[in-house]
Each structure stands twice: as structure tokens, then as C-alpha cells.
Ligand binder design. Sequence first.
Ligand code: NAD
Length: 516
Amino acid sequence: MSITDTISAQTGVDADVRVISHWIDGAARPSQSGRTAPVYNPATGAVQAEVALADQTEIDEAIASAKAGYQVWKGYSIARRQSVLFAFRELLNARKRELAEIITAEHGKVLSDAMGEILRGQEVVELATGFPHLIKGAFSENASTGIDVYSLKQPLGVVGIISPFNFPAMVPMWFFPIAIAAGNAVVLKPSEKDPSAALWLAELWKEAGLPDGVFTVLQGDKLAVDGLLTSPEVASISFVGSTPIAQYIYETASRHGKRVQALGGAKNHMLVLPDADLDLVADQAVNAGYGAAGERCMAISVVLAVEPVADDLIAKIQDRIAKLRIGNGAGVDGVEPDMGPLITGIHRDKVSEYVDIAEADGAKIVVDGRGYTVDGHEDGFFFGPTLIDDIPTTSRAYQEEIFGPVLSIVRVSSYDEGLELINSGQFGNGTAIFTNDGGAARRFQNEVEVGMIGINVPIPVPVAYHSFGGWKQSLFGDAKAYGVHGFDFFTREKAITSRWLDPATRSLSEARGINL
Ligand code: NAD
């Protein structure tokens, strides 16, 4: 069966529209709910499919199947679980181009960027293949006379993952390889805007030999999310998305007794000191500001230029913007653009409104991406790269997350003024400093109140064996994604205190005169 056959199933909605299904019990499951949402091709603006939106019956079925899958999977030996993970890694590595094409078709990002997100997810799969090391317990022999104390790390059971549209493969892969390696069963609720990557991954798990029910895809909206948050059968929630929803998820799931990690939005600043190499800074600011059309939680959205560098830097960034090619992420005649469209027309309009707000608040629009169109793709959700100078820090366009290809410049007079701006923001996801002064960089890493810091690196996404997560409104809960945090999150520890009869006397140690 082809991937298209597998990921789609007709429901009664409209015989001509492909309806993207759930994945329950190791198979594509057509929805019976009668509720769907459109899935666009952002490059053309056309609706290419509808995605099923689960109702309560389907939510219950998905969770029940995961519960049954968990009972089977937790009984697999470590060696057997590891062989499934290795098979999954090999299949993913061999066939990732297929997944990249699915991501580009629904998300709109350029193919090389889709491949990039898969590679970052694959890193976590590779980390997870070494899980026996990371879920080993500890043993203390003779903690008291004749008594040993040891700990085990056991899976939680059924775990829920709720993911955003911007990384339909990578973000779920931040969590599920580790959750599955640790012996849990996963119910993934992908973004309804680009739901097919999750189904492709489900099919791959099946091919890798994962028992049915251990990886479930529940398509849906708030109803599906609330079903996971409130079900007593779901032990934990891993969420990534916007801050208001992250906070809602954290509060609701906690209230229902679950372990929660909820990663939220961002507004990442790049602090440029006067001694920095401005060509390097301009290259990196353009990549980090406009790559993936700015729809990255680690995108740079504000450059804090410590004077006197702002004018030079703006000129260099402008030169580079002029060379950016914007178009269909899938490429035309084998030539890939630098930047694709935004995810929906509604989102594009919201980005545009933020530029209006900046302008109304007195900022200077140096490069204006509003109303941008691409020849032959006039209905696509494109927005041109936008550069804003002198944005007032009181403007909502400075303070809030825009999530589009909009880079703002704030001119500051000193390192301290720049640091103060970063630390006074509501978010604390990522930040970067560009300088050749090691002492300044060292001070920055100590003083800045942000979870992930780049030193001459604009998008400091940690490698899989460290952990990913921000501070403040960018992360609710105390567990980051992947790395050691991931293994801690997806296991719970048991401590065992044990004493055995002495084989010589068939009695406890007191028999040898020891009073415990
Ligand atoms: P979103 O918050 O709109 O949606 C995320 C998920 O929550 C989706 O699965 C969606 O179906 C669900 N959801 C949406 N509204 C809901 C509601 N009212 N109740 C319950 N569930 C709801 O986010 P998005 O637009 O898909 O993604 C972009 C956001 O994600 C940005 O804010 C970005 O910064 C953030 N993000 C953060 C990180 C990080 O690591 N901190 C990574 C990627 C994306």
C-alpha cells in the first residue's frame, strides 16, 4: 500500500476530498466523527485534503488501544525493544526524503529545511537507541548490614504528545523515541495544519516491528487535546506550541494529576557587540530571521545592535535580503528557493498586522514584505522578508511573538542596555551574542535569563544528548525535551530496600549479633 493510500481514507464528508485519518491499533483508521478541518498547500493556497477531527469515541478508542499496546510493549526485553529502535532508525535514514516531501507539501518550508528538521529528529532516535544506558537503575550493596538498596526506572504507561505545526516531524521526535524506548505507549496529537508526517512515522514504526497500539496518532483539535489532558489513563503530557496554550495545557493536565512538560512561544534576541564580524552577523541574522519564513521557535526576531554598528549592519542585511529567493518550497525545475510561504492565509494576515502595528508605533519599515506575491503562485500564503528599524520597545510588535519573516532592529548604547531588554521580556527560549570578546560572552552566558544561548551561533538548538527548553513563558514545567531530561520525564523510579535470610543460619542478620 502506498503512503498516500495509507494516510488517507474516505469518510462520508465528500467523496472527492482526501481525508487524512487517525492511526489506531497499528492501522490507518478512517474517522467516523464527521468533523474535519482543511489542510492547505501553502504554496498554492489550495485545500489539498481534509483532516479528521476526533470525537470522544475515537479519543477513547485511541487511548484504549495505547493501553493495550503498553501491556505488550512493557513486557519486551531491553534487547528486543532496542532492535525495534534500530530498525526504525535504519528505515528513517533510508526513506527520509519521502517524509521531507510530505512536510514541504503541507507546511510549505523548503525541502532542504524539511530534511534538516528530520535530521535533528533522527539525532534523538539515535540517542534513544542507546536507552539501556539511560534507564539503568543504581545499586548500593550493604547500605545497612545485610540490606541492599537499589532503584529501577519504569515506564509511565500511556503518554500524550501534542505538537505544533512548525516542525511536524522533529517536534514529535523530540519525545516519542525516548518515550517508546523507555517502554511507554504514545498517543500523538499532531497539528491539524500538517497532520500527514505523523501518519508516515506511524507506518514506519509498524514496519520496524513495533507492536500495534504502542504508537497511535489521534488527529484532532481542542476536543482531542482535552480528551488526552483529562483521561485518567494518560500518565503524562508533552506539549509544544504557543504560550497561552502551553499554559492551559500545563494547568489542566496538572490538575488531572499528570506529569507535564509544556514548551511555549519565543521572541529571541541577538545581541551584537561593536567588535563582532558584521558580515558573519548579517549572514547569520538573515538565516536565523528568515529561514523557514521565521516560523521557528528558535528564529531570531530582534537584533540588538550596540552602537555604532546599526547602520552598517542594516545595510549588510538589506543586501542579503535582496538576494533571497522566495517561492514554492518544493522548488521549480530542481531549483529550491531560500524561503517558502507561511502556513495559512490567516497567519500571513496576522504577521502583516504586526508590521502595521510597528509602523503605526513609529518604527521604520526598511524592507516591506506586506502584499508579497510569487509569480504563478498568486494565491499562496507568501510574505516577503521584512526588516524593521528603530522599533519602540513599547510596541506590541516588539513584545509579542510574530512568527513570520520579520526581523526588527533595536539600537542600544551598551551591552548592559541590551542585556536588560532581553531579561525584561516575557519569553526566555533562545538568544545569541555575537562578539570576539570571550570575557563579554562569558558574562552574557552567566547573566542572561534564557534557557538556550548561542555564542556566535544564531540558533542554539542543543544536540540530542543535551536537553532543549527555555525559561519563563517559554517552558511550563521543570522537564526540558530530550537528553537526560527526556529519560527522566518518561520514566518513574522505584527504590527497593531488600534484605534476605542468611543462607548459613536461615535467619536475619540479628542472628549474627547485629542489631539493625
Ligand atoms: P498552537 O499553540 O496554536 O498549537 C499547538 C497544538 O495545540 C496543536 O496541536 C493544536 O491543535 C493545539 N491547540 C491549539 N489551540 C488549542 C486550544 N485552544 N486548546 C487545546 N489545544 C489547542 O501552536 P502552533 O501555531 O501550532 O505553533 C506555533 C507556536 O509553537 C509558536 O508560538 C512557537 O513559538 C511554538 N513553538 C515552540 C517551540 C519550543 O520549543 N518552545 C517549538 C516549536 C514551536
